[in-house]
Design a protein. Structure first.
Length: 125
């Protein structure tokens, strides 16, 4: 039976390689930026402070080198503002459910809710 040994040099080499050659998310960022709305499925994947999991609509605000920033289209019951989240691109695969494009059956519901904002809930703003 083989036993694995801990090698400090291998660990340091791996860390240095990861720092020098960070993951390239250009294709993923380009794909995300080409859409307006997305359905994300698991808040635990991209929020460390959240234990609940549910699927929700999000407006893609912008992408950065290592993350995408999204805003909730619908207001949560416990919030007075529409939530904004930073989703690391390294965790995007686990959070992504589906795109909400114009050919999606719920696109106009999602788009109208985002356009109406607080007026959707009867606020006089």
């Amino acid at each position: 039976m083989m036993t694995q040994e801990f090698c400090v040099n291998a660990l340091i080499a791996k860390l240095v390689t990861d720092l020098v050659n960070p993951p390239n998310y250009d294709a993923l960022r380009e794909q995300i930026a080409s859409h307006d709305y997305v359905l994300l499925k698991d808040k635990q994947v991209y929020r460390d402070d959240c234990s609940d999991t549910f699927t929700s609509w999000y407006k893609i605000l912008f992408t950065a080198s290592d993350c995408v920033v999204v805003q909730a289209v619908l207001l949560d019951v416990t919030h007075t503002r529409f939530a904004v989240y930073k989703v690391p691109l390294s965790k995007w695969e686990g959070a992504f459910d589906e795109w909400i494009d114009e050919d999606h059956s719920r696109y106009y519901d999602c788009h109208n809710s985002f356009q109406e904002g607080m007026r959707t809930y009867g606020a006089d703003v």
